[in-house]
Unconditional design. Structure first.
Length: 276
């Protein structure tokens, strides 16, 4: 049985197909004609049909039919369409670069690891109110679909970590990933001058503490200032293993500079604690 038609008997009916097509069409409406046109160029011709065909060899299309067949709000349908379209375009782009759909056991069976993973990504996208996250969730789906080095447990961990990230936290991770473009100050804590700066500072604390996606670097042995502990300057922030996993699979380094810049400016603002 082909993997892309083996996710439940009801996935072969015309009604499920029409609902998936409807979700993808609504997704194009949600992202706008400009982005929809760009996706169409990558996918080639009819973006909806091409996105579905790009999933051949996986259970992603079958999962998409299943999720689209559920009782969803119009906005949820559109979000499913967006993640599906972006994932399809990303897979197409990776094929041009020589990558292909993984050929291990990830997609095998009616209830494969791949089916569970694809459903997890789609449900996460469906329920996110920060819709700017959706293309980066689609990147997770496309990257795992084409990399047999990501085992099922790690793929599911990536979903959980990605689900809990806010858009602002994603931008902060992008700043750390692009330190040459967005350098951070060589200072520790500071006193924010407004709620916007406090919110960004709090987000840094959250993802360098609770979720552990960022971590402060160990000081050099010759650095007497930090000899007894971590270098807690913002400039010393780096990605933890979890941060590398999420940042890499979501391709957060590709967040546009115009989206990153306001968050970076808030991190640079505020009064150094020593001067408060």
């Amino acid at each position: 049985m082909r993997p892309d038609v083996g996710y439940g008997r009801r996935m072969t009916d015309a009604n499920a197909d029409s609902k998936l097509h409807r979700a993808l069409t609504m997704g194009i409406d949600l992202v706008g004609s400009g982005v929809g046109g760009a996706l169409g160029v990558v996918l080639g011709g009819d973006a909806v049909s091409s996105a579905i065909s790009s999933m051949t060899g996986t259970s992603i299309a079958a999962v998409g039919r299943d999720v689209a067949s559920r009782l969803l709000s119009p906005r949820q349908e559109a979000r499913i369409g967006v993640v599906f379209l972006h994932a399809g375009a990303s897979i197409k782009a990776k094929e041009v670069m020589g990558r292909k759909i993984r050929e291990d056991d990830f997609w095998k069976g009616d209830h494969s690891h791949g089916s569970e993973f694809a459903e997890g990504v789609m449900l996460t996208a469906m329920d996110t109110f920060e819709e700017r996250k959706i293309p980066y969730l689609a990147n997770v789906l496309a990257n795992v679909a084409t990399d047999d080095g990501v085992d099922p447990a790690t793929a599911n961990l990536a979903i959980r970590l990605s689900r809990n990230l806010s858009w602002m936290e994603m931008c902060i991770i992008a700043i750390v990933m692009r330190a040459d473009d967005f350098p951070l100050p060589q200072r520790t804590r500071y006193v924010p001058t407004g709620w916007d700066e406090w919110t960004v500072s709090n987000a840094v604390n959250q993802i360098s503490g609770d979720s552990g996606l960022l971590q402060y670097k160990q000081p050099k042995p010759t650095d007497e200032e930090f000899i007894s502990g971590l270098d807690l300057r913002l400039s010393a922030l780096g990605l933890s293993n979890s941060g590398q996993l999420v940042g890499g699979l979501m391709q957060l380094n590709e967040i546009p500079a115009d989206d990153i810049r306001p968050v970076h400016e808030r991190l640079l603002a505020g009064t150094p604690e020593s001067q408060a």
